[in-house]
Design a binder for this molecule. Structure first.
Ligand code: IPD
Ligand code: CA
Ligand code: CA
Length: 263
């Protein structure tokens, strides 16, 4: 596991925010049966987690800027460093009592992603990576899957929710093209974990569109440091600006990209 000062700062902040999320996740089950449901409670949990991450990281690294899902951009005095944070990725899962959600924290230095952390407090899986230091799950070094045949592969994706219904036709076309060629497809519901699982070789590859920088920034570092390939759907490197992601081991990442472009 990476024990750099930077990683200690990131893991300490995530563990602290994660303790709150885990407690709140336990409460969600009790609210599930109410007519209104746990919606407001979950938004509050989300904001609380973000506040802890913001305070802890600002204290440890004064001056760094922030891009956060809930509070937006906070400019720092240090123009070269920016934290990119999703305090609760997989909100729908959290809301429904499904323990597949994570805190996602990445650090950008001079426009380059240099560190990423994805932490699921429900099962205590802590995925970390720092540029040049490999990717790790707790104390285990991660390596992307090395499968070579699409037909043997397990591919992750994200289904656009109802609010993004205009994206459904294209998604259906892409899914049709993919499902007829790969072993099977998974929709887990947390982009950060989809990337972390890809880094761990659990998924052979993952694609999705319309994501935000905080969904994928940390996971990109994980996949790259696990020896994987990451691009947008045209094969470029504009994932953070166009919200497209295609990640996996070399052969399957390329083959999946070809399938999607022809869909
Ligand atoms: C969402 C999750 C989901 C993805 C959505 C994201 P949120 O983030 O990562 O897997 O399909 O597009 O918005 O809202 O749970 O933080
Ligand atoms: Ca998210
Ligand atoms: Ca979120």
């Amino acid at each position: 596991m990476i024990r750099s000062a930077l990683m200690n700062v990131m893991t300490a902040a995530a563990l602290k925010a994660g303790r709150g999320l885990k407690r709140d996740f336990g409460e969600v089950a009790n609210l599930q049966v109410s007519v209104k449901g746990p919606g407001d409670f979950v938004s509050a949990a989300d904001r609380r987690a973000e506040k802890i991450l913001f305070e802890e990281l600002a204290k440890a690294r004064p001056g760094y800027g922030f891009v956060m899902e809930e509070s937006g951009r906070v400019e720092g005095t240090d123009q070269s460093h920016t934290w990119i944070i999703d305090p609760l990725d997989g909100t729908t899962n959290f809301l429904h009592g499904i323990p597949v959600f994570a805190i996602s924290v990445a650090l950008e230095r001079e426009g380059q992603l240099v560190a990423g952390l994805v932490y699921n407090p429900a099962d205590d899986d802590m995925f970390v990576a720092e540029r040049g230091q490999g990717a790790w799950l707790n104390n285990r070094r991660l390596r992307v899957a090395q499968r070579r045949e699409l037909a043997d592969s397990l591919i992750a994706t994200g289904v656009p929710h109802l609010g993004k219904a205009k994206e459904h036709p294209r998604f259906k076309q892409e899914l049709a093209a993919v499902m007829t060629r790969v072993g099977n497809v998974r929709r887990f519901g947390a982009a950060s974990l989809d990337l972390a699982y890809t880094a761990a070789g659990r998924f052979d590859a993952y694609w999705e569109r319309s994501l935000q920088p905080w969904d994928i920034a940390a996971g990109i570092v994980l996949v790259r440091e696990a020896g994987g390939f990451v691009s947008d759907l045209s094969g470029g490197q504009d994932m953070l600006s166009n919200g497209e992601i295609l990640a996996g081991g070399e052969t399957i990442q390329r083959a999946l990209g070809d399938l999607l472009r022809k869909a």
